[in-house]
Design a protein around this ligand. Structure first.
Ligand code: ADE
Ligand code: ZN
Length: 337
């Protein structure tokens, strides 16, 4: 199978599902561990990479949370963000909505203000050095309690100008969206858009619940929606986007064989599928690596690529006129074919 067409590789893109903590490459992890005198527990970057063999989402999360221990100061978060934006820019990303997990850092005594100072400094630098525009989505950890989510929301209130929206992530099994109904109502009352991970390992019902109970504007992953034809019809009818993460689904054994990933059937049904990298440092690559894998699995024509890449701009939190300008830019790019 030939490599990803250059027109797709170089196309302007939006990424809507990437966890900044999931962009921590082993080399940076060891540099930050040395900077902060943290013992990571692996001898070197190669040994850490060797540990990247995941049986399911939880086995990944255990390692992912362990590695966040090296992120201590605002400078650490700045460097992490800048490193991601450099890689994203190399893949044509011009706009990113980026998740962060403040509760993981709060457990280690790192305040939300420190995390935001660093991430926002990285966003500023990324904009000027790499030309990528980025915004932040604060994620609540679904394995923690509603009370803990409310405490985090209270801590976030003085920083709302630096938070574009709210999300829900972490281990899905046994942690249904319903528990966070009141937290998400409070987020929406603040005028913020909300999204939620659902239907990654959890059932299609969690996708419906994320829509009905949380008011999610889009669903992160959502591939298990395929199990409920009425839900698929609903996603199509209401134009609810899915932020699908192909390499993540392979590495976390959601769909070990990419050509069996429901994303193709969802797309065929008319769902607004977008492609994203999730935790690219852990899953084998950034956005274009995901597109390359999809190309190998499905061999789409250029028109499908233009549609899917366009879906990401349409699914973003940005206003209609901004989306229109990006879609026209994308159309001019593909018109070169
Ligand atoms: N946090 C980081 N990556 C995640 C994923 N794939 N699912 C749920 N929570 C996450
Ligand atoms: Zn995710």
């Amino acid at each position: 199978m030939p490599v990803l067409p250059e027109l797709v590789r170089s196309a302007p893109k939006a990424e809507l599902h990437v966890h900044i903590e999931g962009t921590l490459e082993p080399e940076l992890a060891f540099a930050l561990a040395a900077r902060n005198a943290v013992d990571l527990g692996w001898s070197d970057a190669a040994a850490l990479r060797q540990a990247y063999a995941f049986g399911d989402l939880q086995s990944f999360l255990d390692l992912y949370y362990a590695c966040t221990r090296v992120l201590c100061t605002a400078a650490d978060f700045r460097d992490l963000m800048l490193a991601y934006l450099a890689r994203a820019a190399a893949d044509g990303v011009v706009y990113a909505e980026i998740f962060f997990d403040p509760q993981v850092h709060a457990e280690r005594g790192v305040a939300l203000g420190t995390v935001l100072d660093g991430l926002c400094a990285g966003l500023e630098l990324g904009r000027s050095v790499h030309g990528v525009e980025g915004t932040l989505i604060l994620c609540f950890l679904r394995h923690l309690s509603e009370a803990e989510a409310f405490a985090t929301l209270a801590e976030a209130r003085p920083h709302l100008d630096r938070i574009a929206g709210f999300g829900l992530d972490s281990g899905e099994r046994g942690n249904p969206p319903a528990r966070f109904e009141r937290v998400f109502a409070a987020c929406r009352a603040l005028g913020k858009p909300v999204v939620a991970h659902a239907g990654e390992e959890g059932p299609a019902e969690y996708v419906s619940d994320a829509l009905d109970r949380l008011g999610a504007l889009r669903i992160d992953h959502g591939v298990r929606a395929i199990d409920d034809p009425l839900l698929v019809q609903r996603l199509v009818r209401h134009g609810i986007p899915l932020t699908v993460c192909p390499l993540s689904n392979v590495r976390l054994q959601v769909t070990p064989e990419l050509h069996r990933n429901p994303l193709q059937a969802l797309l065929d049904a008319g769902v607004a599928v977008t492609l994203n990298s999730d935790d690219p440092a852990y899953f084998g690559g950034y956005l274009n690596a995901n597109l390359e894998a999809v190309h190998q699995a499905f061999d789409w024509p250029l028109a499908t690529w233009q549609q899917v890449l366009g879906n990401a701009f349409r699914a973003s939190f940005r206003p209609a006129h901004w989306q229109q300008a990006r879609l026209e830019h994308l159309a001019r790019h593909f018109a070169r074919a």
